[in-house]
Design a protein around this ligand. Structure first.
Ligand code: GLN
Ligand code: ZN
Length: 751
């Protein structure tokens, strides 16, 4: 019996982020289009070779992308927002693609970028397709065929093209018409293009094509589910067989429909559906091939190949054909572990990045083919055998979770002790990260300057930031976060239990990559983290300085987590560490402390049935870190652009004294839920958008504040920008904040 191996996609950024650097140079006019195209070609060739030489049976094409694969699909279908097509008419090229992704000038008129949002529950962001009832589609961007021909010319065989499926594509997009309609109405217009592509693949003797339909793992309505039967009936191709590919979850809840979708094979995310595997296999017809995603594409730990071997040995005894694969595309893990030179040997043994995962998969497949378990790696050791710090979670006391008094009582005490005026003004924490500042951190890291010089420079920055805020006349000041490169990495570096890579980059969006810390051990705080700089800032002013921490949920979700402990337990370890930090800040006289949780909303599971569990541990973690303070100390939290509609109850449960959110873009829509529920605590909904370089004028800010006053109790309202200011420049920041203060003052005078 033959078992074949394949992955669902390889990272496209290049092991040294070659694509990122080439893109950015191209955007800065430092290289020509041909240079950029050449780099792309080189990366693709290397990726194909990696798959081949790892011993995988299939190699992928279609996983490469110039910015984002959903945008690539929009291009493929000719779905170009009107504002980006005017000049080009029918001629679209790579500049059209970058224009949609980043915004572009056409004859001095700026056409804004398409919206960007999270790809399911990952930290990857895609460009949201825009649909209108009369959107027309046309196959003009033929990247998929060109890259297929390129691979054929390079003499690769067993090539498996990858397409984002038509139904998931529609589901991921948004309607831009005023009048709503069902996106499924567009299906009949896009299916012929897919059909045409399948013909082209057939002509090139392609045996299997991977069509991604990850929405099959979600709770989707009957109407959406049934559209799969109809669509795949139409797309059916005898020779180029469709591998209907699902990931990020289980499909057993949709199995009654899925079993009737006429395709030749189905890929399932085995990591997330092990427990339901029998239900799935029982339902899917025996002559359908199953691809089992057994190697985790979402984390960096080596797989326990022997265990997987035993778990899936049954596939040898059935008549069905099987593929073995990764649970999802490997774009969610770094490229190559072997580049790392500074990671301890004992840890290196436990990690596996994209290249290593290909090798693991290939070895596993070989051992199953040959029924030879002995060849499997004996090196596997679990990420850590539960030696966790018991104080962290075994005996959480009620006191650990609740503030001493209710918000009402706290509010009165805080009012008396903080003496802040009505409509208090503040910022979200960071101030511009200038090139000079980044250079200083870099020089310190590479030992080019010593600690003394580094500290001096950071002090200088803080002193200056305080002076500026005093001059502008803000009410609650911040130290500006000059010591932080990244809000998660900084805390991870100052806590025990994390490891760091040098080249462990993962694409976040476009050319932007992140390097998540790795949780490799129990987490605890050895010594204070932010105390020094916060205290220094406070010593420079008589005004209140707000301490600034990254919250436990965000630190956890933006790191690679260990797998031998639940997220709930790991989050508590982080939470208790932060609790100590909060206590120290309070003891040293800091009266306001902000605990940022920008990842809180995005951590929400994809399926309703898992939501309760997530909210229970995430709320608990936040409360453990924040509840330690006395009534007079004010706890703030900040969350970035979030749709709070379904979780407003949980936001209330966090019981922060003040929440600042990013609502200036979505404005009233987002706030409606706060209004409906009569949000009881302090709130700063953000009076201007920091994501553009526009300086908001006084009047516009006044209009927004007045709107907010109508929605919220004025006594609860805070005035602030909608996010941190680190990506802006000083000129914009000063002007904007001045206008914010003036607008606030005028409103205070009017009321
Ligand atoms: N305090 C952080 C900052 O101002 C918050 C960042 C965020 O919301 N992502 O930069
Ligand atoms: Zn934010």
């Amino acid at each position: 019996m033959n078992i074949f191996s394949h992955i669902l996609g390889f990272p496209r950024i290049g092991s040294m982020r070659e694509l990122k650097f080439a893109q950015e140079k191209y955007w800065n006019n430092e290289i020509k289009i041909n240079d950029l195209i050449y780099i792309g070609k080189k990366i693709r060739k290397k990726n194909l070779k990696i798959q081949k030489s790892s011993g995988l049976d299939f190699v992928c094409v279609g996983d490469f992308s110039w910015y984002d694969h959903v945008l690539g699909n929009s291009m493929m279908l000719g779905n170009i927002p009107k504002r980006h097509i005017n000049l080009y008419k029918d001629k679209i090229d790579i500049n059209t693609l970058f224009g949609i992704a980043r915004g572009a000038y056409y004859n001095k008129n700026f056409s804004h970028a398409s919206e960007m949002t999270k790809w399911f529950n990952t930290n990857y962001h895609y460009i949201v397709p825009e649909f209108s009832k009369n959107t027309s589609f046309k196959f003009i961007w033929k990247q998929i065929l060109e890259e297929l021909d390129e691979a054929i010319n390079l003499k690769f065989d067993k090539i498996k093209p990858i397409l984002l499926g038509p139904i998931s594509y529609l589901w991921l997009g948004k309607i831009i018409d005023k009048k709503k309609f069902s996106k499924l109405e567009l299906l009949d217009k896009i299916l012929p293009i897919y059909k045409n592509i399948l013909f082209e693949l057939e002509k090139r003797k392609i045996n299997w094509v991977q069509i991604d339909e990850p929405i099959l793992t979600l709770d989707i309505s009957k109407r959406w589910l049934e559209s799969f039967i109809y669509s795949y009936n139409y797309l059916y191709n005898k020779n180029s067989k469709i591998l209907l590919t699902t990931y990020f979850g289980d499909i057993s809840h949709n199995i009654n429909t899925i079993k009737n979708i006429p395709v030749h094979g189905i890929h399932i995310d085995y990591i997330n559906s092990k427990h339901n595997i029998n239900v799935i296999l029982k339902n899917i017809s025996k002559d359908m091939l199953i691809s089992l995603g057994v190697i985790n594409g979402r984390n960096i730990w080596k797989s326990n190949l022997k265990k997987i071997y035993e778990d899936i040995y049954f596939i040898k005894k059935t008549k069905r054909k099987y593929f073995l694969s990764t649970s999802c595309s490997l774009i969610h893990v770094p490229v190559d572990l072997s580049l790392e030179k500074n990671i301890k040997k004992s840890l290196m043994k436990k990690f596996s990045f994209a290249i290593q995962k290909c090798e693991e998969l290939s070895l596993l497949t070989k051992s199953l083919k040959e029924s030879n378990k002995e060849i499997l790696d004996n090196n596997f050791s679990k990420s850590l055998e539960k030696k966790c710090l018991d104080k962290c979670f075994s005996h959480i006391k009620k006191n650990d979770l609740y503030r001493k008094s209710s918000y009402k009582i706290r509010r009165k005490k805080q009012k008396d002790s903080l003496k802040i005026s009505i409509l208090p003004t503040t910022t979200i924490g960071s101030f511009p990260q200038t090139k000079k500042l980044r250079d200083i951190r870099l020089q310190f890291k590479s030992n080019k300057i010593d600690l003394k010089k580094y500290n001096l420079e950071i002090k200088k920055y803080i002193k200056n930031v305080i002076k500026i805020q005093e001059k502008i006349n803000l009410d609650v000041l911040v130290h500006g976060e000059p010591e932080r490169n990244d809000m998660v990495e900084y805390f991870a570096q100052h806590l025990e239990g994390f490891a760091f890579t040098e080249f462990g980059w993962v694409q976040s969006y476009g050319s932007r990559c992140v390097k998540p810390p790795i949780i490799v051990d129990d987490i605890y705080r050895k010594k204070p983290i932010t105390l020094k700089w916060t205290k220094y800032a406070q010593s420079k002013t008589n005004k209140l300085v707000k301490g600034m921490l990254t919250g436990p949920v965000t630190i956890l979700l933006w790191s690679f987590c260990r797998e031998d402990l639940s997220k709930s337990i790991v989050s508590k370890q982080i939470a208790f560490s932060l609790r100590e930090e909060v206590k120290d800040l309070e003891s040293s006289g800091i009266k306001i402390i902000q605990i940022d949780e920008p990842a809180f909303r995005e951590g929400l599971p994809l399926r309703k049935k898992f939501v309760k569990e997530y909210l229970s541990w995430s709320i608990e973690a936040f409360k453990i870190s924040s509840s330690v303070v006395k009534d007079e100390t004010q706890i703030h939290t900040h969350m970035c652009y979030s749709n709070f509609n379904n979780i407003i109850d949980s936001i209330i449960k966090l019981d922060a004294d003040v929440i600042t959110i990013e609502s200036s873009r979505s404005q009233l829509k987002l706030l409606n839920c706060f209004k409906k529920i009569k949000y009881p605590n302090g709130i700063g909904p953000g009076v201007y958008d920091i994501h553009t370089s526009n300086v908001p004028n006084i009047n516009d800010i006044k209009v927004i504040i007045k709107k907010y006053i109508k929605i919220f109790n004025i006594k609860n309202l805070w005035i602030n920008p909608d996010c941190g200011l680190k990506t802006r420049n000083w000129k914009e920041v000063k002007k904007s904040l001045k206008n914010m203060i003036k607008a606030t003052k005028e409103i205070r005078d009017e009321i």
